[in-house]
Design a protein around this ligand. Sequence first.
Ligand code: FES
Length: 174
Amino acid sequence: MNIVEQQRPISSKTPRQSNRRALLNKIWALIAAVAFIELGWFGSSLLKSRKTRNTQLKGIRYIEAGRVESFKPGQVKAVPEAMLFLACLEDNRFIALSKTCTHLGCALAWDEGQQKFVCPCHGSTFDRAGIVLTAPALRPLDFFPVRIEDGTIRIEITKMQRRESFDESQTTRV
Ligand code: FES
C-alpha cells in the first residue's frame, strides 16, 4: 500500500517574524493616524484664524498700534486684532511681523524671558526682527509695512509681505 504524505505548505516566515511585522504595521498605522490628526488640526486652526481676522478687519487697511514714545528699544507688543506683533528694534526702528510661523502656520507667541518668538508646534524660534533662530522654519516671518504719522504708528494690514531674508528696508525709522 502506497502512503502519500500530504505536505503542509511551508511558510517562509517564522511566527516571530510575523509578530514583528504585525507590530511594525500597527506602529506605522499609529504614526499615520497621529500625522493625519495633526494635519487636520493645523488646517482647521489656520482657516479659523484667517476667517476671524477677515471678519473683524473687513474694509480696514490700517491699524493704529500706539504712540512712538510708548515703546522702548527691544520691546515687542502683540496686536491680537490683526494677528501680528509690532517690534521696536534696538536701533529704534519698527517692524510689524505676522504671528504665523513660516514652517506650517501655527500661531507664535513672544517669550519675554527668552526674548524670542517661539512656535508651540515644532519649536521654531525667531528673533524680534522675525529672523529664524531655530529650524524647522527656514524663512523669516512675513511682515507688514509700518508708517509713522505725527508720532502714531500705523500698520498697513492688507499688505503682508513674504521675504527670504532681513533687510533694513522692511523696518521704519522714527
Ligand atoms: S509650525 Fe512652527 S515650527 Fe512647525
